[in-house]
Design a protein around this ligand. Structure first.
Ligand SMILES: Cc1cc2nc3c(=O)[nH]c(=O)nc-3n(C[C@H](O)[C@H](O)[C@H](O)COP(=O)(O)OP(=O)(O)OC[C@H]3O[C@@H](n4cnc5c(N)ncnc54)[C@H](O)[C@@H]3O)c2cc1C
Ligand code: SF4
Length: 823
């Protein structure tokens, strides 16, 4: 018998002797169950999967990330079409099952297909709950549940400006953050008097509101929506108190409803969801339910961790047929984390106070930190953490293990309060404790995978074990485990530039140099990128590296830049822009002030504001006015939007201050003129103070200069933003020329060695001050060549505003696009 005949025989045998398993629902819980089955016995079932959505299995959790612009739809596919093929699974997408005949054991699809089964799994998930409001059927009223909803929001943001999100819970806030990122104005309507009231107490809910307001969201609490206004398309919403809001889009995020209609018609017992026992068995023989559509001991879960646990139990159960399994699914302790950047929120268990509970509370109003640990009968039963969630793993483990805490101090419960450097919580975890709750991967499993396969990066651990593949919240713990297991600092280990490639930042730069690559597409082609277009992480990085490696030959690719850098202005939450003209060293004159005033009048600029960078921002300029505003101002771009030198802040210094002995303004102006249009991995700020009173705050700048007796002290790696960090004293010099040379060498070293989007504060910590001093201060030849390369790069710097003002072709980008008005 030839090879081909053998193969055909093999396949025929498989399809005739194996049992038939049909899965209804191609979502996260169903496919995880199939993965578990394949792990146990890949040839046991002939598997058919029906999915209503026209996609392979994707990570629904990461829809927020797609909406927020951090991932593409391709990035979030968990199992691509090849996976189904390789595992001999028949996949039928875009074709929902419309009828189940439980007696004949046959399912029927919308497209007229029939499949008989020996075992049937319902994994139909949930539908978003839509409030039955008058007008809820209008165009522009959607939920946030699937890829289509995400696409609708992205498309709507291209034509419209105003969005309303109904629901101030987890999903609503993630949707609102995404819509803000899409440059829409966002109003969040919430029925309760504080946000996320099901996961947070009042204090944390209020702190969350303050934080999100600072990000640009507007909240309307204790509001009840009466109806959706508009003709065919939504134009506004009206509340029961008679007030109303204009809007172009309504996103309802008010909860989910398990998808059980099909199960009810098939005769399965349902309450809120399909009722199952500890082995996910329904009341009908050979029919199981798993995921959000299943109800176990009265609970229908809405997070993936418990659903994956259910999938594991179900797979073990149906693969072991007659063996008696001692333990089935026992229920899960769930916890919540909000996936909005810049906001750390954790909540688990019973966090509300009651007569039986006592709580430890820590509230630091300066740092915006709130922690509450709820204790009952000497056990932690719940916790809410806001601002600093570093104790979450430990608290969760205590809750799960039911640890007796009667002998524990407050600091033992909340080690982050000790003020000492933290030992990673993974140290105290038992081997069986889960590090990745979403995927149920334990500490022991990850450590074994690291040692057995020689893994060195979080990405490799993710590929090998699936830990970190869902919400990604456990990645810091995986990094800690890598450090513990390998003894190496993970921060120093190479991470791929992004999900499109295995190449690290450093490797990409090395390949660009070695192969003489000159365009982002060429880099992606030659280095075998997984996606032709790249993603929002790699494209700007490659564009930067190309210009850094050869500033003369390699052209800038504006399409690889973020919107602010393409528009040479900062976009605001209402779609207008902020214009920031340069004022060297924070110095202006009456002529400039007059021009700014005239422009403000002519273009109805709603807000003029003096900033910490010592210049005047013109807020609220329409995009199509930008070239004319720049032309009328006759000033140079202040690069407030660019990964480049932003400002050089100066104190008054010797010109007027009685303490000043040095010309801080003169030096600041000179530095700003010299370095104004040099591209850097991230924004760079400088300051010059003429004495140690340090009025220009030189200690929290990327490069700070402070006048002292007999010269100047130079500080590097300071940061006054989110990661507050005092700069390190780099050296003391006597002359202005030495300052300029040192900054040139430092900036070029940073340009060549930092990873794209790495601030100097992180760069200095990663590389180490001693290493930098060695190259920049001690190695005379090295310093000279850094300065030479900086001079070459500086020779290519241009004022982008001037270029656009003088070039009509470039101005076309700013012309108003004709927008189709939908009524
Ligand atoms: C934006 C967003 C963010 C989230 N964030 C988190 C988070 O951070 N952490 C977390 O744990 N959880 C999160 N969740 C919840 C999590 O995604 C769900 O709990 C999980 O996806 C549920 O899995 P499931 O397989 O039960 O349902 P689903 O993933 O909804 O899959 C069910 C599938 O079945 C299909 N289907 C339904 N009826 C039929 C039919 N008759 N025939 C064929 N197919 C059918 C549906 O179209 C769907 O594709 C989030 C959810 C959303 C929407
Ligand atoms: S830093 Fe010193 S010199 Fe400069 S303004 Fe302040 S006090 Fe005067």
């Amino acid at each position: 018998m030839g090879y081909l005949q053998k193969k055909v025989k093999e396949i025929k045998e498989r399809w005739t002797v194996t049992e038939k398993l049909v899965l209804i629902g191609n979502g996260m819980a169903g496919i995880r169950t199939v993965e578990e089955i394949l792990k146990k016995d890949a040839s046991r079932f002939q598997i058919t999967v029906f999915g209503e959505e026209p996609h392979p299995n994707y990570n629904r959790i990461m829809l927020s990330s797609v909406l927020q612009g951090d991932s593409t739809v391709d990035d979030i596919v968990l199992n691509d079409y090849n996976w189904y093929e390789e595992n001999h699974i028949e996949l039928l997408t875009g074709d929902p099952i419309v009828k189940v005949d439980a007696e004949k054991q046959v399912v029927y699809s919308q497209n007229g297909l029939e499949r008989s089964y020996d075992k049937l799994i319902f994994a139909t998930g949930s539908n978003a709950f839509m409030l039955p409001l008058p007008g809820a059927d209008k165009e522009g009223v959607i939920a946030f549940r699937n890829i289509k909803d995400c696409e609708t929001m992205i498309e709507t943001s291209k034509k419209h400006k105003k969005a309303v999100v109904i629901g101030g819970g987890l999903l609503g806030l993630e949707a609102a953050r995404g819509l803000l990122n899409l440059n829409m104005e966002v109003d969040v309507i919430h029925i309760a008097d504080f946000l996320m009231e099901r996961q947070l107490d009042e204090q944390a809910g209020k702190m969350l509101k303050t934080e999100l307001e600072a990000q640009g969201m507007r909240f309307h609490l204790k509001k009840n929506t009466k109806q959706i206004l508009g003709k065919d398309r939504v134009q506004g919403i009206e509340f029961t108190d008679g007030t109303s809001l204009e809007t172009d889009l309504v996103v309802m995020a008010v909860g989910i409803k398990p998808n059980i209609a099909l199960a009810q018609e098939a005769g399965l017992t349902t309450e809120r969801a399909i009722v199952v026992d500890d082995f996910m068995q329904t009341n009908v023989n050979q029919i199981y339910a798993v995921g959000e559509c299943a109800q176990h001991r009265g609970i229908a879960y809405g997070l993936v961790a418990p659903l994956y646990e259910q999938g594991k139990v179900l797979a073990a159960h149906i693969c072991s047929e007659n063996e008696s399994l001692e333990h089935g699914y026992q229920g899960s302790l769930v916890y919540t984390q909000l996936k909005v950047s810049g906001v750390n929120v954790f909540s688990a268990g019973h966090f509300q106070d009651s007569k039986e509970t006592k709580a430890i509370r820590v509230h630091d109003e300066f740092e915006g930190i709130y922690k509450k640990v709820v204790v009952q009968d000497n056990k932690v039963v719940g916790a809410v953490l806001f601002g600093d969630t570093s104790d979450s793993t430990r608290l969760l483990s205590m809750m799960r293990n039911g640890d007796d805490i009667s002998a524990m101090s407050k600091v033992a419960l909340l080690p982050s309060e000790s003020g000492e450097a933290q030992v990673s919580p993974v140290v105290a975890m038992a081997d069986g404790d889960n590090v990745c709750d979403c995927n149920g991967i334990s500490k022991g499993a990850i450590c074994s995978a690291i040692t057995e396969n020689g893994l060195t990066t979080v990405e490799e651990v993710k590929q090998c074990t699936t830990a970190g593949r869902s919400c990604g919240g456990c990645k810091p713990l995986i990094a800690d485990l890598l450090t513990l297991t390998t003894g190496e600092e993970v921060g120093n280990m190479p991470e791929p530039l992004c999900g499109c490639t295995e190449y690290t930042h450093e490797e990409v730069v090395a390949e660009i140099r070695e192969l003489g690559l000159s365009h982002p597409r060429e880099v992606m082609n030659v280095l075998g990128w997984e996606s032709d277009e790249g993603c929002s992480k790699c494209r700007p990085a490659i564009n930067y590296y190309l210009k850094m490696v050869d500033p003369i030959k390699n052209a800038d690719d504006p399409t690889s830049r973020f919107i602010n850098e393409r528009a040479h202005a900062n976009i605001n939450h209402n779609g207008t822009f902020t214009v920031v003209p340069r004022m060297y060293g924070g110095v202006t004159d009456s002529g400039q002030l007059r021009k700014i005033a005239d422009v403000a009048d002519k273009y109805n600029v709603p807000l003029l504001k003096i900033t910490g960078g010592q210049r005047i921002d013109l807020f609220g300029v329409e995009k199509e006015d930008l070239p004319n505003v720049w032309s009328d101002l006759g000033m140079r771009s202040g690069s407030a939007y660019a990964k480049a030198l932003r400002t050089v802040k100066t104190c008054v210094g010797e010109q007027f201050c009685r303490f000043g002995t040095q010309d801080s303004i003169g030096l600041g102006v000179e530095l700003e003129k010299k370095f104004e249009y040099i591209n850097t991995p991230h924004k760079v700020k400088m300051a010059v103070s003429a004495c140690p009173r340090n009025c220009a705050e030189s200690g929290i700048k990327d490069f700070g200069v402070v006048g002292v007796d007999g010269g100047w002290e130079l500080y590097v790696g300071g940061n006054g933003g989110v990661d507050l960090r005092g700069g390190d004293l780099f050296c003391k010099v006597k002359t202005k020329e030495e300052i300029i040379d040192t900054i040139s060498a430092f900036m070029q070293y940073y340009r060549e060695n930092a990873r794209y989007l790495e601030r100097t504060s992180h760069f200095v910590e990663r590389v180490g001050l001693d290493q930098m001093k060695q190259v920049i201060l001690e190695d005379e030849e090295g310093r000279k060549s850094l300065i030479n390369r900086m001079e070459i790069a500086l020779s290519t710097g241009k004022d982008p505003w001037k270029e656009i003002v003088e070039n009509e072709e470039l101005q076309k980008e700013f012309k108003k696009k004709q927008v189709e008005v939908l009524s």
